[in-house]
Design a protein around this ligand. Structure first.
Ligand code: HEM
Length: 390
């Protein structure tokens, strides 16, 4: 399951180990090497403008952050890939997710430093890096793969499949970058698949997937919830219609809320998935995401809910990172074609809009209803204490 070229998270030295020789700060951090690698194409910093050195150093800092994210993502994935995820593992996973989110948030802010380079001055050295592009950031691709972005969901750079094409060496051979991507693709499950598996075995109203009658329990939960949701939406339609003038406007509102109702049914019944085992499985995953969200006060669900919220927060930070990158790019190069050959800002904006991993977790939020409309769980004892119906 482990990627061969991604080292496992190291443990702190054990006290039984022999004492190490004194090490200086610059040795420990290998500063002579670190401070000597901002030389760009000529490998000599003296040839570069101040702006280009900033540009290179900023990208290197990003790559280090991506490295940290990757390690934390692997650890989080491994926790959820286990057949049973105990509470302490969930608290550990929440911490990892919080750190990944912090990296993404800091990273989004870090684009301000790039914006200290003026558009005109950037053009002085932009040609030096052509055709290199952030699209060749293999770690960024690995993060997408590990999260669970699927190949068919990718937006083509120039033609379909180009994201891997641009990771080949100049002579067309598969070098360092492609080897990493291939290893990452082989390193399953993705975080999304591990989370799906974990959600799938979440007890719903005390019933587990292998229990007799589980299917009926899940369906009963879904249908009862949809009934409550309909009540909530109907209340909103009535209130909204009372506040506007004109039958056309009221009808438009009714259609809008009607579509929301229909969407809730399609989502929870998983009508977008082919009928059969796949649909049953997706129904259970979505019902579990909802169950965790609505009964989050129950002790057994408190940590799962933290995890689910942590995943949504990470994805939110990821989307904001993409959006912030696109705005920085627009500010510096306008809407021209990227050095990697993509449509530039349009391509980046499309990615920010379309690339979503934990779609079911987001969608569950669209169909939440007020607490007083919720059905109580049929077996509250199972989850730790009696549900206090409002
Ligand atoms: C002046 C600075 C920058 C400009 C003008 C710029 C421009 C672009 C453009 C146009 C693309 C689309 C691919 C292409 O056609 O090249 C891209 C992709 C990308 N850039 Fe930047 N970028 C800049 C700085 C950065 C920095 C500092 C990072 C650090 C994380 C970064 C990370 C990425 C990544 C990861 C992609 C791939 C995005 C994807 O495929 O979804 N870029 N960049």
């Amino acid at each position: 399951m482990k990627t061969p070229n991604v080292p496992p998270v190291p443990h702190p030295p054990q006290s039984s180990q022999p004492p190490q020789a004194p090490v200086a700060y610059w040795e420990y951090l290998q500063l002579p090497t670190l401070l000597d690698i901002q030389g760009g194409v000529s490998r000599d910093e003296k040839d570069l403008s101040q702006d280009e050195v900033v540009f290179i150093a900023v990208h290197q800092v990003y790559e280090l952050w991506l490295k940290l994210m990757l390690r934390d993502l692997v650890s989080a994935r491994d926790l959820f890939a286990a057949p049973h995820v105990p509470d302490d593992a969930m608290s550990g996973a929440s911490r990892l997710l919080a750190r990944i989110r912090t990296i993404l948030e800091l990273g989004a802010d870090h684009f301000r430093l790039v914006e200290s380079i003026t558009p005109r001055d950037f053009l002085n050295f932009r040609d030096n890096l052509f055709p290199a592009s952030g699209g060749q950031s293999v770690q960024f691709r690995e993060i997408e793969i590990l999260f669970g972005l699927e190949e068919h969901e990718r937006i083509p750079y120039i033609t379909q499949g180009t994201y891997q094409d641009v990771l080949h060496e100049a002579d067309g051979s598969e070098g360092w970058a492609m080897a990493r991507v291939k290893a990452r693709i082989a390193d399953t499950p993705t975080l999304k698949n591990a989370i799906d598996e974990w959600l799938h075995r979440t007890p719903i109203n005390g019933s587990k997937p292998d229990d007799a009658g589980d299917r009926e329990v899940v369906h009963a939960f879904v249908e009862e919830y949809l009934g409550r949701h309909e009540t909530a939406v109907q209340e909103m339609v009535d209130r909204a219609c009372a506040m506007v003038h004109g039958e056309d406007t009221r009808n438009a509102l009714r259609r809008r809320y009607g579509a929301e109702l229909e969407g809730a049914g399609e989502f929870l019944r998983a009508l977008d998935v082919p009928e059969g085992a796949a649909r049953e499985r997706r129904q259970r995953i979505r019902a579990a995401a909802l169950f965790i969200e609505i009964y989050r006060e129950l002790p057994l669900l408190a940590w799962p809910r933290e995890v689910v919220d942590g995943l949504v927060a990470v994805e939110q930070a990821y989307v904001v990172f993409r959006q912030r990158h696109a705005r920085m790019v627009e500010r510096i190069i306008g809407r021209r074609v990227g050095t990697g050959g993509s449509k530039g800002v349009d391509f980046l904006d499309e990615g920010a809009r379309r690339y979503r991993i934990f779609k079911d977790l987001w969608a569950a939020r669209t169909i939440l209803v007020r607490r007083d409309l919720l059905p109580g769980p049929t077996d509250p004892d199972y989850y730790g204490f009696h549900f206090d119906e409002a």
